[in-house]
Design a protein around this ligand. Structure first.
Ligand code: ADP
Length: 483
C-alpha cells in the first residue's frame, strides 16, 4: 500500500514536471504560448513593481525579471529567453531607471544591463544543458520501459523480506496474468509443488550471497491451466543501492524443452528401431555362416530372404533419417518434370499389389498431369500407403483417389482404419510426432509425414488429413496441374 502511494506521488510529480516545465519537446507547444506566456509575466511583474515602487524602491530594477528569463528559457526554449531578456532590459530601463519614463544608456546603466544580460545568457545556457540532459534521461527511460514492457521476458523484483515490489507488464505474455493480477497472487503459487522444495533451497542460498546469480528451469502454470517450462535467472542485487532487490528474469522455454525431450525420445526410438533389424540380420548371417558348407539346405534361401528384409528395413530407416536431416538443413532439392499421376501411382504401389492382403483401388481422373519431382512424390505416396497398411491394417481396401480441385490435382489415400483423435491431428506433420493409440506400439520414427509435408510444401501444394475415430482416415495432398 505504502509502495503504491509513493509510486503515485512520484508519478504525479513527474507529470507535473513534464507538463508544467517541458516534456523535452517544448517545440510541441504552440509558438504563441512559448512567447506569449513569458511576455504576460513581464507585463504582470512590471505592473506589480510599479505598484510597489514606493514600498520597495527601484534599487534593483532587473532582479525580478531574472526569474521570468529563467522561466521562459525552460518553458519556451532559447528563442523566448532571448526575447524576454531584451524586453526586460528595455522595460526595466524605461520604467525603473532614472530618468523614469525614458530610455537611459549612461555608463552605470550599461554596466548593469551588461551584467543582467550575462546572467540571462548563463541561465539560458544552463536551462539548455538541463533540457538536453533531461531529454536524454527521458529517452533512456522510454527505451528501458519499452524493453521491459514489450520484451518477451518477465521481470520481478522482490525486496529483502520476500515481498514482490515490481512486476513487468510483459509477464502477461509469459504466464497470461497481468502484472497487477500476478502481484495479488501468493508468491510461487503457480510453481509445481513438487519442485518447490529444491527451488526454495536454491533461493535460500542466493539470499546469503549478494551479487550472486542462479539459473534454473522449472514448471509454472499458465493462466489457461497449461504447464509451461520457465527458465528463471535470479540475481541478488539487495546490496546494490540502485536496485535494492532480488531480480528475477524469466522466459518461456516450453518449446525448447519439448523439442529437447522429443529429440531424446527420438534417439531412443531410432536406436531401438535400428537394433531390431540389425539383430535379425546378425542372426540370419550367423545361421548362413553355419550353413555355408551346406548350400542345399532348405533354410538357405529363407535365411537370405530374411537378411534381405532386414537390410531393406535398415536402408529405409537410414533414408528416413537422411531425408529428415536434409529437410532440417533446407537441402531437400527437387527436380521437376511433367508426368501422369495415375501412371506414376500404378508403378509406385506395385509392391502393395503383390501383397494379397491389401486391395488397392485407384479411382478418379486418370488423365491429370503434374509438373513435380516424380521420385519425391513417389516417396510421399508410398509413405501414405505404407501408413494406411501399418496403422489401419484391418482395412483391407485402401483407396487412392485422384481429383481435380481448381488448378490443383488432389491425391487422397483413404483407409477405413481406427482413425485419429482430433487433438492429435494438428501435430501429425510435426517432426518426431507419433500418435500411437494407447496400448499399441507401432514401429516408426515419426518422420514420414514431416518429410512428406516438406516435399509438398516445396511443390507449392498442400497436405492434410480428414479423419474420424472409428471410421478411418483420408490423407491427401495437392499439386499444381500441368497443362
Ligand atoms: P511413423 O509412421 O514413422 O511413426 P509418420 O510421420 O509417418 O511417422 O506418422 C506419424 C503418426 O501418424 C504415426 O505415429 C501414426 O500414429 C499416425 N498415422 C499416420 N498415418 C495413419 C493412418 N493412416 N491411420 C492412423 N494413424 C496414422
Amino acid at each position: 500500500m505504502k509502495n503504491k502511494t509513493t509510486h503515485g506521488i512520484k508519478e504525479l510529480i513527474k507529470s507535473l514536471i513534464n507538463n508544467l516545465i517541458w516534456t523535452g519537446q517544448n517545440k510541441g507547444r504552440p509558438v504563441y504560448a512559448r512567447y506569449g506566456v513569458p511576455l504576460l509575466f513581464v507585463i504582470l511583474v512590471t505592473v506589480f513593481k510599479l505598484q510597489l515602487n514606493d514600498l520597495i524602491g527601484v534599487k534593483s530594477p532587473f532582479l525580478l525579471y531574472l526569474g521570468i528569463v529563467c522561466f521562459s528559457a525552460i518553458y519556451g526554449g532559447t528563442g523566448p529567453a532571448i526575447l524576454i531578456s531584451i524586453t526586460s532590459v528595455l522595460t526595466a530601463d524605461y520604467f525603473f531607471v532614472a530618468p523614469v519614463g525614458a530610455f537611459s544608456f549612461n555608463t552605470d546603466t550599461c554596466i548593469k544591463i551588461t551584467l543582467f544580460l550575462t546572467e540571462c545568457l548563463s541561465l539560458t545556457l544552463l536551462s539548455y544543458a538541463v533540457k538536453v540532459a533531461y531529454q536524454q534521461v527521458n529517452k533512456n527511460e522510454q527505451l528501458f520501459k519499452a524493453m521491459i514492457e514489450k520484451g518477451s521476458e518477465g521481470i520481478i523484483l522482490t525486496d529483502r523480506s520476500g515481498v514482490r515490489v515490481y512486476c513487468s507488464p510483459s509477464i502477461e505474455k509469459v504466464i497470461g496474468y497481468t502484472a497487477e493480477e500476478f502481484l495479488e497472487l501468493e508468491a510461487w503459487v503457480l510453481a509445481d509443488p513438487e519442485e518447490l522444495p529444491w527451488m526454495m533451497e536454491q533461493l535460500d542460498g542466493l539470499m546469503k550471497h549478494p551479487g550472486k546469480n542462479i539459473s534454473f528451469i522449472h514448471r509454472m502454470k499458465h493462466k489457461n491451466g497449461n504447464w509451461l517450462w520457465i527458465e528463471n535467472s535470479i540475481t541478488n542485487l539487495l546490496d546494490d543501492p540502485a536496485v535494492n532487490a532480488i531480480v528475477a528474469n524469466f522466459y518461456n522455454v516450453t518449446e525448447r524443452v519439448t523439442l529437447e525431450q522429443q529429440k531424446e525420445d527420438f534417439i531412443g526410438i531410432a536406436s531401438h528401431e535400428l537394433k531390431t533389424p540389425l539383430t535379425s540380420l546378425k542372426a540370419s548371417l550367423q545361421l548362413l555362416n553355419r550353413m555355408k558348407d551346406d548350400p542345399g539346405s532348405p533354410n538357405f534361401p529363407k535365411m537370405i530372404e530374411q537378411a534381405n528384409r532386414s537390410m531393406d528395413r535398415i536402408t529405409s530407416l537410414v533414408e528416413g533419417l537422411l531425408n529428415a536431416s536434409r529437410v532440417n538443413q533446407g537441402q531437400l532439392h527437387i527436380t521437376k518434370s511433367v508426368f501422369n499421376l495415375s501412371e506414376m501411382i500404378e508403378k509406385c504401389c506395385s509392391h502393395i499389389r503383390l501383397e494379397d492382403k491389401y486391395h488397392l483401388i485407384l479411382q478418379g481422373d486418370r488423365r491429370l498431369q503434374v509438373c513435380a519431382d516424380e521420385n519425391r512424390i513417389d516417396q510421399v505416396i508410398v509413405n501414405l500407403v505404407n501408413n494406411a497398411m501399418k496403422y489401419a491394417s484391418e482395412s483391407d481396401e485402401i483407396y487412392l483417389i485422384i481429383d481435380k480441385s481448381g488448378k490443383m490435382a488432389k491425391v487422397s489415400v483413404k483407409d477405413s482404419g481406427p482413425g485419429i483423435s482430433p487433438d492429435k491431428i494438428p501435430h501429425l506433420f510435426d517432426r518426431y510426432y507419433r500418435a500411437d493409440p494407447e496400448g499399441i506400439q507401432y514401429s516408426g520414427l515419426g518422420l514420414g509425414l514431416y518429410i512428406s509435408a516438406e516435399i509438398i510444401r516445396k511443390h507449392d501444394g498442400e497436405i492434410g488429413v480428414d479423419s474420424q475415430l472409428g471410421k478411418g482416415s483420408t490423407f491427401w495432398f495437392t499439386l499444381p496441374i500441368e497443362g
